[in-house]
Design a protein around this ligand. Structure first.
Ligand SMILES: *[C@@H]1O[C@H](CO)[C@@H](O)[C@H](O)[C@H]1NC(C)=O
Length: 286
């Protein structure tokens, strides 16, 4: 019966096509089995950010937190300058997918200096020491971050290369376009700072990061209210490094990956003094 024979031929041809297609489609799947994915080790970055209540606080923290969401293996330590933790910061942190630790510490009034963030950074360092003591992997990087600076993702990539203390330029700070270490033959030979250039380390807080394990080796390392303004960076760095030992990053300190931006204090009109006051908005968080 020729009719049936033709049908069988078509069937055989169809099966052949099916088998050929099956093998072509499967090829990438077979290849995958022979190239297991290798994820390189990324040290945890502990970002230490003091913050205080003001009209632009939520805007600043929102912008910073959304940058930090793009950083892998990041742990954010946020310390409020207040007697109690505020709902604003608590809710903001809860709503981020970030790994975080929320602390608070009110600044003590002091005759010595008006430097901000001293007590807050110190309790963050105490928390960090306790944390590192309690986990097996004590490796990491400590970075002191203001809540209104601007951070490129590249600065986080750079600081993961640190052995002890790494440094890099900071944009728009100290009365300069760029404040930076001077690098000669891959070594730091000086700093270009013009504001208090006699500081032992004339660099901004945003311009360096420290190997976290060093804070266990130096339990005495902390910030101090007893030093004059602008000396907090030198105060902490003196425990860990010397000028010659510092590791220049960001292409031998030729690239700017962080900017000391500052949010302007907004001027809000007093509704009570307006002829036509706006509808009340006190129930809405800004
Ligand atoms: C930094 O400079 C040193 C010495 O000139 C050089 O060996 C090194 O490759 C440079 N590093 C980078 C990242 O460009």
């Amino acid at each position: 019966m020729p009719f049936v024979n033709i049908k069988k031929q078509y069937l055989a041809l169809g099966m052949l096509i099916f088998i050929v297609l099956f093998f072509f489609n499967s090829r990438p799947a077979f290849q995958c089995q022979f190239t297991p994915e290798v994820t390189p080790y990324l040290p945890t970055i502990y970002g230490i950010t003091p913050t205080y209540a003001r009209l632009t606080q939520k805007a600043d923290l929102t912008r910073l937190s959304q940058t930090l969401m793009l950083v892998k293996n990041f742990h954010w330590i946020v310390i409020e300058d207040s007697d109690t933790k505020t709902k604003l910061v608590e809710n903001l942190l809860k709503e981020t997918p970030l790994k975080y630790t929320h602390l608070n510490m009110k600044t003590q009034k002091s005759k010595h200096s008006s430097a901000s963030g001293v007590e807050q950074r110190n309790i963050a360092l105490n928390w960090l020491r306790g944390h590192l003591d309690s986990i097996p992997d004590k490796r990491g990087v400590v970075y002191f971050m203001d809540d209104d600076n601007t951070y490129s993702l590249k600065v986080f990539e750079e600081m993961r290369k640190i052995n002890k203390v790494g440094v890099w330029p900071v944009g728009i700070v100290g009365g300069m376009r760029i404040e930076m270490p001077i690098v000669t033959d891959g070594k730091i030979t000086g700093f270009n700072a013009v504001w208090k250039p006699f500081r032992p380390f004339p660099i901004d807080m945003a311009g360096f990061a420290i190997n976290a394990t060093l804070f266990l080796i130096h339990p005495e390392a902390k910030f101090s209210r007893k030093v004059q303004s602008g000396f907090q960076e030198s105060e902490i760095l003196k425990y860990f490094t010397t000028k010659n030992e510092m590791e220049p990053l960001a292409d031998n300190c030729t690239k700017v990956y962080v900017w000391h931006t500052r949010t302007q204090k907004p001027s809000i009109l007093n509704p009570k003094k307006l002829k036509h006051p706006p509808i009340p908005d006190d129930h809405i968080e800004v």
